[in-house]
Every structure is written in C-alpha cells, then in structure tokens.
Design a protein around this ligand. Structure first.
Ligand code: DOR
Length: 451
C-alpha cells in the first residue's frame, strides 16, 4: 500500500528563509503506528498526489517544538507523571520531540538505563523522544561509551533525586574524558547548604530564593564554563535564572565560538519572588525564581542571542506533595502543554516575534543537540509540525490539564495563541482538543550516530 500523503494548504509558514504563505506536502504513515513521515516538498506541483488535504487558511505553521529539558518520571515516579500522559501533554502543546532528564528511579546513569527508557517510550509515547544519561562521581566508563542519547547531564548542584557531582576531580574527568555534549544543573552545592544552614532550612517558600540564591547560580555556572572552556568541551547551560550569569556566558561565547549555549525556562521568564505570596510552592523550583530585574535580563539575553533556547524543565509533582510545609515541599512544576501558548502570549505583549519563538523552541534545540532532520520546515526533514491559531484565546485551568499531576502554575491565566493541530512524523496526533493516543513517536537521532 502506498504511504499516504498529506498536503497542507494556505498556511502562513515560518520557513528558514522567511515567513510566507506556502503549501506543504508530507508523507504520512499508518494510523496507530510509528510513522517517521517526512516533508516531501514545499509548494508542490498542483498535480502532486495527496490523499488528505488540510485547509490551514488563517493559521500559522511552524516546526514542532523540541523541549530539551523535561522530567517525565518514568520509571519509578509514575504517580506524578508517566511517558504516555506526558507525551499527550506534549502533543497538546505543540511539542513533537522531548529530551528527558535522568533523575528517574532508578537514575538513568548507564547505557542499559537509557535503553530501558527508550524501550518504554517506544511502547507509549505519542511524540518523539530522547533521554540523557546522568553523570555520577564514578560512572565515567558509562559516559565515555554512551550512545543513543543527546548528551550527558550533570547535577553540579543537587535537585530532585540524589544525582550530584560536586567533586572537582570527578568533574575534570567528565569534561576531559567524554565526547558527548555536556549539560548541567548549575547551583553551587556549598552555597546552597550554607544558606540553608543560616536560614535554619527556611521558614517559608519565600526563603527558597534566599537559599538557592543569585550567588549559587552564578558560582556554579562560572565553574561549569571554566571546565568547558579549559577542556574545550561542548556545553549547554540549563535554566539560566539570573542576570549575573549572562555576562559569564556571553564572554565565553565570544572567546570560544560555538562551545557554549544556554537556555531560559518559561517559569524564569514569567514569575518573580513577588509571586510567592499568590502561588506559594507552585513556583518552588530549582534554580529558584528570582527578581523582576532577572526576568527582564533573561528576555534581553534571549533577544541578544546569549540565551538561544527556551525550554520548560517540566517537573511534575502532585498537589498533595506540593502542599507539604516548606522545605518538605518538592521543587518542580509542569509546563509542557502551555509553553508554546505562553510564548505566543508573550509575542502578543511585544516581547518577541514568532520567528524568534521558532528559533528558540524548534531550530536551536535541534542544533544544540545535533538532532538529525528536525527543527526546521525544509524538504527531507521529519514531518513534525504545529499548526497555530495566533489569535485564539484560552484560559489555563488546573482540572483541564493533561499532565497527570493536573495543575499548572498558570491556572487562571488567559493565553492568546493556541495550538490547533500537532503533526508527528506526518500523522496528526492532536486536533481541536483531542489526541490520537494510539500514535507512537520515534526516537530522536543525533549527528554523532552517523547513518
Ligand atoms: O525544580 C526542579 N525540579 N529542578 C530540577 O532541576 C529537577 C526538577 C525535578 O525533577 O523535580
């Protein structure tokens, strides 16, 4: 049976060389199977065969979002989230590929651990997926030989779970002896511990930003950049939260072109310490939420290109867990199904353009992690796409969230800009509020893997 072909007509497409009206011809795949369909042509000949025609008049078409920082909790913590529920939330949010962190239970710190997650995902993810391998003080051999993974995640400061590499000698070895791209959670462990001691663990969630303070973020980011530049090792700074980290990153980007990339997360672009009164532990995150001046600096960092990626750090915990008195309340919040709509809302507020959103959420993550055939609408690329109604408004509601934990820190906020259809490998997996839960995505591939 010939592979079905889909044509999308009349969409305003964000293409690498500009935004314009275009038609797209895709190869699809069988319903309910993993497809791997590709973009066959842009503005195909009118005679080109199409089995399905989508009229996208009035809508914008962008590459599917690649969220390079999520925590989907499977295996081991599936009362919070699992790979199926999280991938449905991705589909709803226009996220067609996610890269997931290793602090599951057990931690993914071996090839077998990464491969076990890939096998789980193949059976239950409606979107595409990849899994980082986690660094420990003594798994250098696993890290040296790791494959089928975007890169190595180091917790230079501890967060949820017990992954931590704080010892200088162990860090030197990881930067010197491994070849995969490195990325890190940068909050200085000693600073955090000293602050916690001084504040007797913290009396309320307001103290979270005093314990995980500006200095903790700056010191750890400076340390990681020092390691990366000395060892000339490709390094990505996760969830930058302070104005003070930006000049460190910018300087390293000037002195070592192509070596250092960095990202901002939605919650750090949105919330400030003043929001603790209203939102309490819902916005307890590591790195912590900072000040208005930091939020403004992060937006400037994005505009100036120091920060190249926008991700979520989607880290669900149940509301019961979040209701524990601080500091027993866990850090983390869900975001994956609202991230693109939040950025579209920011666009309407004049913070950025649609082309910048595509760069930060689609093209740059593919470039940073050298994901093959994703991140741009070009012939030959995987047919991973999001179709948007830029003007449609909707209000975020806890009870209507698809993430298993069923809440959002943006509950009650009306967003402008909506994902109306999400296409993964040429197949529609989300349309008008409903998902095709039977679809299966495929694993992301990385340039280092070869053909
Ligand atoms: O607040 C956080 N929660 N930050 C992290 O880096 C990890 C995450 C989690 O897994 O809960």
């Amino acid at each position: 049976m010939p592979v079905p072909r889909v044509r999308i007509d009349h969409a305003t497409c964000v293409l690498p060389d500009g935004t314009r009206r275009a038609s797209l011809l895709l190869s699809g795949g069988p319903s309910g199977g993993s497809s791997g369909g590709t973009i066959l042509d842009i503005d195909p000949a009118p005679s080109a065969r199409a089995d399905e025609v989508i009229d996208a008049s009035g809508l914008h078409l962008i590459p599917g979002v690649i969220d390079d920082q999520v925590h989907f909790r499977e295996p081991g913590l599936t009362h919070k989230e699992d790979l199926h529920t999280a991938s449905l939330a991705c589909a709803r949010g226009g996220v067609t590929t996610f890269l997931e962190m290793p602090n599951t239970v057990p931690h993914a710190t071996t090839q077998a651990g990464v491969d076990a997650k890939l096998a789980l995902a193949a059976g239950k993810c409606v979107v595409n997926y990849g899994f980082y391998i986690g660094a420990t003080p003594d798994n250098i051999e696993d890290l040296r030989h790791a494959t089928r993974t975007p890169g190595i995640k180091i917790f230079i400061g501890s967060s949820t779970g017990s992954l931590l590499v704080d010892d200088q000698e162990a860090l030197e070895r990881i930067f010197a002896e491994t070849t995969l791209p490195l990325t890190a959670h940068c909050e200085d462990e000693a600073t955090v511990r000293a602050n916690a001691e001084r504040l007797h663990g913290g009396a309320s969630v307001h103290d979270h930003s005093k314990i995980r303070d500006h200095a903790a973020a700056r010191i750890a980011t400076a340390r990681a950049i020092d390691l990366a530049t000395r060892h000339k090792h490709r390094f990505h700074v996760l969830h930058v939260s302070t104005a003070g980290e930006l000049p460190l990153i910018a300087r390293a980007q000037r002195t070592h072109p192509g070596l250092i990339s960095a990202e901002a997360c939605l919650h750090h672009l949105w919330f400030t310490v003043d929001d603790y009164d209203r939102l309490g532990t819902r916005i307890q995150m590591n790195p912590s939420i900072k000040t208005r001046a930091d939020v403004d600096a992060l937006w400037r960092g994005l505009a100036e290109g120091v920060l190249g990626v926008v991700a979520t750090d989607h880290a669900p915990h149940t509301l019961e867990e979040k209701a524990r008195p601080y500091p027993k309340s866990p850090s983390g919040l869900p975001a994956v199904e609202n991230s693109l709509a939040l950025m579209l809302t920011a666009m309407h507020e004049g913070r950025c353009t649609l082309e910048q959103i595509v760069s930060w959420m689609c093209t740059a993550p593919a470039r940073v992690w050298r994901i093959v055939n994703k991140g741009a609408i070009v012939p030959g690329s995987d047919a991973d796409l999001a179709l948007l109604d830029l003007d449609a408004a909707h209000t975020v509601r806890d009870a209507e969230q698809w993430t298993k934990c069923k809440w959002s820190p943006w509950d009650g906020l009306t967003l402008r800009g909506k994902v109306v259809r999400t296409i993964v490998g040429g197949r529609t997996v989300f349309l008008d509020g409903r998902a095709d839960a039977s679809h299966r995505g495929t694993r992301a591939r990385y340039a280092y893997e070869g053909d």
